[in-house]
Write a protein that binds this ligand. Structure first.
Ligand code: NAD
Length: 350
C-alpha cells in the first residue's frame, strides 16, 4: 500500500486538534513528515494532540482560519470546521465564515506556495438526497436558509472555491466528501449516534433509538478515513473532481445499538423515541470513484472499530472523572478484554 511520498514534507493540518485532524497529524508524523497543526480549539482540544508534543516534528499553532495565515508548507489539509449539528449550529455565522473565509485564506496560501490542498467536505452537500446511494455527480437537495445551511451551504461554497482556484489558478485541489466517521476522540456529547450509544451504555443508561430503528447508516472507522485522505493528497495525475469517502456497509440503527450493548457488555434497555421529521431513512455513499481513483476501501470491521472507540471513552471517563463510575468502567473494560482475548484464541481443532 503506497501512502507515503518518498521524502519528508511540511504538512499543514487545519482543525488538527479535532477528532479526524488529530488522527491525521499522528499518521503523517508516523510517515515521517513535519506537521503544523492549526486550530482555534472551538471543538478540538490540546488533549487530542498532547501525545504528539514531544515529537520535534510536531508544531501546534492556535489560529482561527477565518484570518489569513502566513506559513511555509508543502501540503495543506483543510479540516477546520465544527462537524456535528450541535456544534455548528451554536454559532452558525462563524460556521459559514470558517467554511468560506477559511477556504479563501487556505486557498490563497496554497496559491502563494503552489502547494496541493485537500478540502474536508461532507456528505451533507447532498442535503436531504433524492438519490440513493449518492454519486458524486448528484448535485444535492439543500435548503439554503434552514438551520443546517450554515454547514451544508458553507461546505458547498468551499467546494466552489476549490473548483475555481483549480480552473482559474491551476492549483492542485482535491475535495473529499466525507460520510459518517467514528472512532476514538469523538466528543462524548456531540449528539452523534456512535458516541451517544457508547456513552449511554457506559453510564448504564438506556440507549435512545429514534423511530423503529430500521433506518440505516454506514460508518467508517477513523483509521480508514485517514488512509483515504492521504491517498487523495498523493493521487497522481490531475483529477480534481470530488470523491465520496466512507463505508457502504449499511447497518440499521437498532443493530448498531445492539452491537454497542454487546461490546460494552452493558445490561441496558433500548428505548424508542419518535423519529425527527428530517431524519433520512437511508444514507450510503456510492464509493465507485474512491475505488477506481484511490484503490481504497474501508476495511475495519464495525465490531473492532466500536471496541477501540468504547475503550477510548472508558479511558477518558477514568481520566476526567466524567459521568459513569470507575467501578462500572473497570467491569466493562474487563468484559471487553475477555471478549477480545476469546476472539483472538485459535479455533479448536475439529
Ligand atoms: N467526522 C465526520 O463524520 C465528518 C463527516 C463529514 C465531514 N467531516 C469534516 O471533517 C472535518 C473534521 O471533522 P471532525 O469530525 O474531526 O470535527 P471536529 O469538530 O472534531 O474537528 C474540527 C476542528 O476544527 C477546529 N476549528 C473549527 N473552527 C475553526 C476555525 N475557524 N479555525 C481553526 N480551527 C477551527 C475545531 O476546534 C476542531 O479541532 C470537518 O471539516 C468536517 O466538516 C467530518
Amino acid at each position: 500500500m503506497r501512502t507515503e511520498p518518498s521524502q519528508p514534507l511540511r504538512v499543514l493540518v487545519t482543525g488538527g486538534a479535532g477528532f479526524l485532524g488529530s488522527h491525521l497529524c499522528e499518521r503523517l508524523l508516523e510517515d515521517g513528515h513535519d506537521v503544523l497543526c492549526v486550530d482555534n480549539f472551538y471543538t478540538g482540544t490540546r488533549a487530542n494532540v498532547a501525545s504528539l508534543f514531544e515529537n520535534p516534528r510536531f508544531e501546534l499553532l492556535r489560529h482561527d482560519i477565518t484570518f489569513p495565515l502566513y506559513v511555509e508548507v508543502d501540503r495543506i489539509f483543510n479540516l477546520a470546521c465544527p462537524a456535528s449539528p450541535r456544534h455548528y449550529q451554536l454559532d452558525p455565522v462563524q460556521t459559514t465564515k470558517t467554511s468560506v473565509h477559511g477556504a479563501i485564506n487556505l486557498l490563497g496560501l496554497a496559491k502563494r506556495l503552489r502547494a496541493p490542498i485537500v478540502q474536508a467536505s461532507t456528505s451533507e452537500v447532498y442535503g436531504d438526497p433524492a438519490q440513493h446511494p449518492q454519486t458524486e455527480d448528484y448535485w444535492g437537495h439543500v435548503n439554503p436558509i434552514g438551520p443546517r445551511a450554515c454547514y451544508d451551504e458553507g461546505k458547498r461554497c468551499a467546494e466552489t472555491l476549490f473548483a475555481d482556484y483549480r480552473r482559474q489558478h491551476g492549483l492542485v485541489t482535491r475535495i473529499a466528501r466525507i460520510f459518517n466517521t467514528y472512532g476514538p476522540r469523538m466528543q462524548p456529547a456531540d449528539g452523534r449516534v456512535v458516541s451517544n450509544f457508547i456513552t449511554q451504555a457506559l453510564a448504564g443508561e438506556p440507549l435512545t433509538v429514534y423511530g423503529d430503528g430500521r433506518q440505516t447508516r454506514s460508518f467508517c472507522y477513523v483509521d480508514d478515513m485517514v488512509d483515504a485522505l492521504i491517498r487523495l493528497m498523493n493521487e497522481p495525475g490531475d483529477a480534481c473532481e470530488p470523491v465520496n469517502l466512507g463505508s457502504d456497509d449499511e447497518i440499521a440503527m437498532i443493530d448498531i445499538a445492539r452491537e454497542v450493548v454487546r461490546i460494552v457488555g452493558a445490561t441496558v434497555p433500548i428505548e424508542f423515541r419518535p423519529l425527527p421529521s428530517d431524519d433520512p431513512r437511508q444514507r450510503r455513499p456510492d464509493l465507485e470513484v474512491a475505488h477506481r481513483r484511490l484503490g481504497w476501501r474501508a476495511t475495519t470491521p464495525l465490531a473492532t472499530g466500536l471496541a477501540h472507540t468504547a475503550r477510548y471513552f472508558i479511558h477518558r471517563q477514568a481520566m476526567h472523572h466524567e459521568p459513569g463510575d470507575l467501578v462500572r468502567s473497570t467491569q466493562i473494560a474487563s468484559h471487553m478484554l475477555a471478549q477480545i482475548s476469546t476472539q483472538n484464541r485459535p479455533a479448536a481443532a475439529t
